[in-house]
Design a protein around this ligand. Sequence first.
Ligand SMILES: *Cc1c(COP(=O)(O)O)cnc(C)c1O
Length: 358
Amino acid sequence: MARVFNFGAGPATLPEAVLTEAQRELLDFGGTGMSIIESSHRGKAYSAVHEEAVANYRQLLGLSAEYAVIFVAGGASMQFAMVPLNLLGEGHTADYVHTGAWAGKAIKEAKRVGAVHIAADTSEAVPARIPTPADLDLTPGAAYVHLTSNETIAGSQWKGFPDTDAPLVADMSSDILSRPFDVERFALIYAGAQKNLGPSGIALVVLRRDLAERASGSLPAMLRYATYVEHDSLYNTPPTFSIYLMMLYSRWTLKEGLAALHARNVEKAARLYAAIDGSDFYTGTVAKECRSDMNVTFRLPSDELEALFMREADAQGLTGLKGHRSVGGLRASLYNAFPSAGVDALVSFMKAFESRRG
Ligand SMILES: *Cc1c(COP(=O)(O)O)cnc(C)c1O
């Protein structure tokens, strides 16, 4: 059976090597005579997996001892709530940069918890864009500043990050480990795993240890960062199979190397943007300097042509190109694991479709 080119935004394509390895050791993990799924989360076999995952992320992100790496169930959406629940104390304000649908969801949750100030709002901009650091109206003494490094739905991405006095918090769900960056500028980073890290339903959270102590005493244990930090994400039974898959993926990421992955990601996206820009039939939807290397969004002249494009592409094994239901259009997600050959196939298909229907 042939694997398709999966352009889906998330859950997204995984490295084939990761899937094959998981398949190979599914029934008997490392000579234990059982699957890792069936293994105790306190046992030797799983402990080694858990520790390697943490160590790999520490290495990939270049983390100092000041930072903790934790795994939290509930994906990025749970972090929309946990960030303010832990960091936004009463009488304080959190600054949020509103860049699109995902930032909007984070803002909605934060407002349930406390005072939120919108430091800049480009969520309705056409073409889509990210604010410049000069656009930001930051609150002196803010509890933290929150941004969304890559707006998966709009297809826009921060190319550099602002300097802030308040702790900087980022939702990096759709571009974490896609490029090297200076982690020390951030106080907390979270990412739903289903784009660049593994399966859905779990988030990787990297946070400065001092921040874990900020939450009020009344916050339940499972919602407190301190619980995860103190117990190394093993206070309860964690999603062990998901963490195992993340470990395999992090191994692959280490082997490929962040710099090489970044170069490949830039090259993949550039080839697709060149195909869009070189045609009057396809139109990009994002200001050029803010275009995402992960999610390439574009339109065709009509909804009918877009529907036809997707149907025909799908029949050729190019799947998951439908834009998010809230914005329509097309979206090609080109995460770390997405092969370069898939971009070639899409660009050829685009040329052929245009000459037939353009
Ligand atoms: C996918 C995504 C989310 C939501 O992730 P869930 O794991 O479904 O909660 C949040 N933020 C961004 C930027 C995303 O791309």
